[in-house]
Write a protein that binds this ligand. Structure first.
Ligand code: ZN
Ligand code: ZN
Length: 422
């Protein structure tokens, strides 16, 4: 960290919590969404995040928002469903609501999600019910989700430190200390703990873009990962595109879809992944911590999967559909990223996927293919893009991981050594 950055951090430390939260709200609206005057905003948030919702709403109206509408979720109400609802409830999702949200997006609304629900909320519930409810929700949400994943609209996600989440991340701490620690980690990771967060994001975005442009110019045909327990070749989809940081959405608005974001990612070829890979961090999935995942791929498909804890959850996950056994994303993140350096396991993909290089099982991003957003399912599959109801990232990178880019000729070029860009 530079001397200037230390000075900025000291200034940030002298702000009240309300002022810090205000910075996050400002970054969410100005950097995350790039909200335009006259644009509608549809927000989703846990009940506890009301203080942040109110600040974001204020910044949105100051930016000229037409109308801000927020949908709240409440963890105890979700639990009540799992404890008392009839069996039929778990195959149901409100298609009417999701269709309405999709219609809102099509008529120009932006989307902001505040993450913060308890990641372990459903840990003790019947895994079959959890998976049925997830499948029903994925199906109902597909039209809205497609507009988001294809970047038709400007959208972003930011986080709010709720007590249940904080206690999971910092077990053994008193609640108010755990919450304070999680907030500190969120502010630093989200790059708002500096003097001018909007400028910091401009510079961070430019650095990510430069990296992405370099990777795109290389046109690698595969990546090779080598580290403890890992010897994996990930073929890249034909016409793959590297993405990362900000993006210009289909509606012409420049946005930062994830706050924080540190990754450069692209679409692997669903049939060209071979070798073994061991996760470098536990994967938190629907409240279960899956530990020491080790997987073997053959022809793109997982043929062997083990874990020392949560193995049944892992096997249920990869049995969701055929695409759940194949890769939909490969991402490079340096070990020096602020999230990796914090050493905190957040139990939340928004943060944990920015702590290490990773791969994701399941659905590929069509925006990571040249012209992909205009292709149908068959055209995408022909280029090697995977399709699935799931998209689950898990971490494979560490300070011991080497990554090579493999050219079409077979020549290898070092990209990362001991977890850092060459
Ligand atoms: Zn990712
Ligand atoms: Zn992902």
């Amino acid at each position: 960290m530079s001397v200037a950055a230390v000075a900025d951090k000291t200034k940030f430390a002298s702000l009240t919590f309300e002022e810090k939260l205000d910075r996050l709200a400002e970054v969410a609206v100005k950097v995350g969404l790039g909200l335009r005057a006259g644009q509608e905003l549809i927000m989703s948030a846990p009940m506890e995040a009301l203080p942040l919702v109110r600040r974001i709403t204020e910044y949105a109206y100051k930016a000229g928002a037409l109308l801000v509408t927020t949908f709240y979720s409440d963890d105890p109400s979700v639990l009540a469903r799992f404890e008392y609802a009839s069996d039929a409830s778990f195959d149901y999702a409100p298609v009417w609501l999701q269709d309405g949200i999709a219609a809102g997006f099509r008529s120009g609304a932006a989307r902001l999600a505040i993450a913060g629900a308890n990641p372990a909320l459903l840990a003790k519930q019947d895994p079959a019910k959890v998976s049925r409810a997830n499948i029903a929700a994925s199906k109902a949400g597909k039209p809205a989700m497609e507009l988001i994943t294809k970047h038709e609209i400007n959208w972003t996600i930011v986080a709010y430190a709720t007590p249940e989440w904080a206690k999971l991340v910092f077990p053994g701490e008193q609640e108010h200390i755990a919450v304070a620690k999680l907030w500190e980690a969120i502010f630093v990771a989200s790059r708002v703990a500096v003097d001018d967060p909007v400028q910091e994001w401009r510079e961070h975005g430019a650095r990510l873009k430069k990296r992405m442009d370099l990777l795109n110019a290389k046109r690698f045909s595969a990546l090779h990962f080598k580290g403890p327990g890992t010897d994996l070749t990930v073929g890249l989809a034909d016409d793959h595109l590297w993405a990362g940081g900000g993006t210009t959405a289909g509606n012409g608005i420049y946005c930062q879809p994830n706050i924080p974001t540190e990754e450069c990612f692209t679409t692997p070829h669903k049939d060209r992944v071979d070798g073994t890979v061991r996760a470098s961090k536990p994967l938190s999935h629907q409240g279960t911590l899956i530990e020491n995942i080790a997987v073997r791929f053959e022809g793109g498909r997982i043929v062997e999967a083990t874990a020392t804890a949560g193995e049944d959850v892992l096997n249920r996950l990869i049995s969701t559909d055929d695409g759940a056994r194949r890769l939909g994303e490969v991402a490079l993140v340096p070990h020096s990223s602020p999230i990796a350096q914090s050493g905190v396991l957040f139990w939340n993909t928004l943060f944990d996927e920015n702590a290490a290089s990773h791969i994701a099982l399941g659905q590929a991003y069509s925006t990571c293919l040249i012209g992909g957003e205009k292709m149908d399912a068959e055209q995408l599959a022909a280029l090697g893009a995977n399709a699935s109801l799931i998209h689950v990232d898990w971490m494979i990178g560490s300070g011991e991981m080497d990554v090579d880019g493999i050219a079409a000729s077979g020549a290898a070029e070092p990209l990362m050594r001991k977890g850092e860009w060459v």
